[in-house]
Ligand binder design. Sequence first.
Ligand SMILES: [Mn+2]
Length: 256
Amino acid sequence: MQIPETEKSRQGRRLAVSDIHGCIHAFEKMLEKVEFSPEDTLYVIGDMIDRGPNARAVVDLVRQTPNMIPLMGNHEWMMLQYLDKGPYKRSWNHNGNREMRRWLDDSGSRHGHLSEEVQEVVDWVRQLPYFIELDDYLLIHAGWNLPNTIDDLERYLAKKATLQDVLEDQPKMDLVWAREEFFNYHCDELIELLTGRKKTVIFGHTPTVLLGDFGRTPKIWHDPSGDKINIDCGAFYGGRLACLDLDSMEEYYTEE
Ligand SMILES: [Mn+2]
């Protein structure tokens, strides 16, 4: 999904959070802390559900707030695998799905039908974008298999592919699951060649304590080369929920 921003005048701030994982209290405190207003846009970069105390409350809040723009995370993806009986239908069971699975099962998911209310939420999850390209940022839950796309760069350039084309070529699973194959590599050259400008990747998925030496207080992780920023500070894992202002680079933190 591409959101051309150059033509629309921006009034409010652009903010990003990721991996809320049902931590509704941390999320509500964050909205208060940043004084979230109707002029602002909040990008919610996947993994709204599972693990934490109240995934449905997080989903309801995001759905009801028009200036929150959610993306697909691997937990939403696993939920769809479960419903669709896909090849990874069981992976969700090992990943803190109790609340959401019970909600789906009680609604009749095992018999292939859902109540209207539940179906609406499932339809909403199904249409979540896997990435959002802004003028100066690329928002994505996990990343992609960057070494593969770097190897294919010549071919993409010969086809005059856009960044969006390249990402649409990637397995959906990679976009929500990638780890070392993404954050250990530089993506700035690839992005600049495809888009003609610099775009910083904002992602989550892997708690930043695994990427940087933050001790007991996880912080937003900036790749030393400046090409990407990880904002998953492990809200559910005894860490913090982080929010990044994409214009001022101000960082905000709350705890569940
Ligand atoms: Mn994730």
